[in-house]
Design a protein around this ligand. Sequence first.
Ligand code: ZN
Length: 140
Amino acid sequence: MIQAIDHLGIAVRSLDEAVPLYENALGLRCLGREEVASQKVRTAFFDVGGVHLELLEPTSPDSTIAKFINDRGEGIHHIAFRTDDIGGQLKQAAGAGVRLIHETPFEGAANKLVAFLHPKSTRGVLTELCAVKPGAEPKH
Ligand code: ZN
């Protein structure tokens, strides 16, 4: 079952430039940074009343975030829904005709398992499903 909007992913060229913007312009506090080597990104998280912002900086020119920024510029990259059953949620989406980018969840940032639905099947919105890893505590 979908439980909440977990976070919004925002593609940025530089965390060092983007983090102070959110801190200074909006008064938000960065909860932490984390590199996700498998996705070739560095992330920084902010809490906004229980919904997080996940800033994503590419660590390599062949990162999907680098490609996104090259094609469309910085901006909102994905919306992530928290679920208590990521496998069941993927099955439900596939059964509804949605194209899955990942058939099986993989380890994302913050001790979470994640999988993405293809934006061509979801009205242009790259959609992430995420769940806290079994036995782990969410990092933030
Ligand atoms: Zn995300």
